[in-house]
Design a protein around this ligand. Structure first.
Ligand code: FE2
Length: 229
C-alpha cells in the first residue's frame, strides 16, 4: 500500500474561526457577607446554638451534631434568609427561569467537632440547597462537589493541570460569612475537620412553593392531531 502523495501546492490547514460550547454547566454560586454583617450574625448564631445544645462535651468529639430543620422560623436566622433570597434570585435570573416565588423550606445547623465530617449526599425534593458558614477554620474550610455526569469517569487520562474540564471532584474554600448555593441534586460532602475548633455551618433547602399549580404543566402545547379524523 502506498501513501497519498503530498502535493507541493497543498496549503496548510488553517481555520477562519473556532469556538467551544461549554455544554450543560453546573452552577454553584458563592457570596461573602460583608464583615460588619457577618461578624455580629455569626456571634448571634453561635449563642443561639449554645442555647439549643447546651454544653457540647468531649463525648461529641468526631460526632456531627445537627439541629432540627426549622431554624428558618427563628428570628436570629432571618439575615441568612435575606442573603439567600438575594443570591437565589440572581442565580435563577442567570438561569433564565420563569417562576413566581422560591422559599426556604428548611434550615438546620451543623456542628462538626474536630475529627467529624459529612458523607456524600444530595438534598432531595428541593430545587436549590446551600450552606452558610459561621465558623470554618483552616483545615476545616472545604466543601467538595462531585461530577454529576456518571459517564465522565469512564476515561480519566493523566492531566497536565487540574481544572474544571478534567476534574470529577471540585473543592471550594469555605470561610465565616460565606454562602454557597447549588442545585439540590448535586452530590457533595465535607471532609474531616482537621482544625482544633468546631466547624459550624447552617444548611438550607429552597423550593418553588406553588410548583404543582404554576410550574408542572407539560412542556408542550396540545392541539388538533392532524393524524386523526
Ligand atoms: Fe448538604
Amino acid at each position: 500500500m502506498s501513501s497519498a502523495p503530498i502535493l507541493d501546492s497543498q496549503p496548510d490547514i488553517s481555520f477562519v474561526h473556532s469556538s467551544v460550547s461549554e455544554t450543560f454547566p453546573t452552577l454553584i454560586w458563592l457570596a461573602d457577607l460583608a464583615p460588619q454583617c457577618a461578624e455580629p450574625l455569626n456571634d448571634q448564631i453561635k449563642a443561639a446554638l449554645d442555647a439549643i445544645t447546651g454544653p457540647r462535651v468531649q463525648s461529641f468529639r468526631s460526632e456531627t451534631f445537627q439541629t432540627e430543620h426549622n431554624l428558618h422560623m427563628e428570628p436570629v436566622f432571618a439575615p441568612i434568609i435575606e442573603a439567600v433570597a438575594k443570591l437565589a434570585k440572581g442565580g435563577l435570573q442567570q438561569m433564565a427561569l420563569k417562576y413566581d416565588e422560591i422559599v426556604v423550606t428548611s434550615m438546620w445547623a451543623n456542628v462538626n467537632p474536630p475529627g467529624a465530617k459529612h458523607s456524600v449526599h444530595s438534598h432531595p425534593n428541593n430545587f436549590l440547597s446551600g450552606v452558610y458558614y459561621v465558623q470554618s477554620d483552616a483545615k476545616a474550610n472545604v466543601i467538595r462537589f462531585y461530577d454529576p455526569r456518571p459517564q465522565a469517569e469512564v476515561m480519566m487520562p493523566p492531566r497536565t493541570q487540574r481544572n474544571v474540564y478534567n476534574a470529577n471532584l471540585i473543592e471550594l474554600e469555605t470561610k465565616p460569612g460565606r454562602l454557597v448555593l447549588f442545585p439540590a441534586w448535586l452530590k457533595h460532602d465535607v471532609p474531616t475537620n482537621l482544625s482544633d475548633r468546631e466547624r459550624i455551618s447552617v444548611s438550607f433547602d429552597m423550593m418553588f412553593p406553588r410548583y404543582t399549580e404554576s410550574m408542572s404543566t407539560p412542556l408542550w402545547k396540545g392541539g388538533q392531531n392532524k393524524g386523526l379524523r
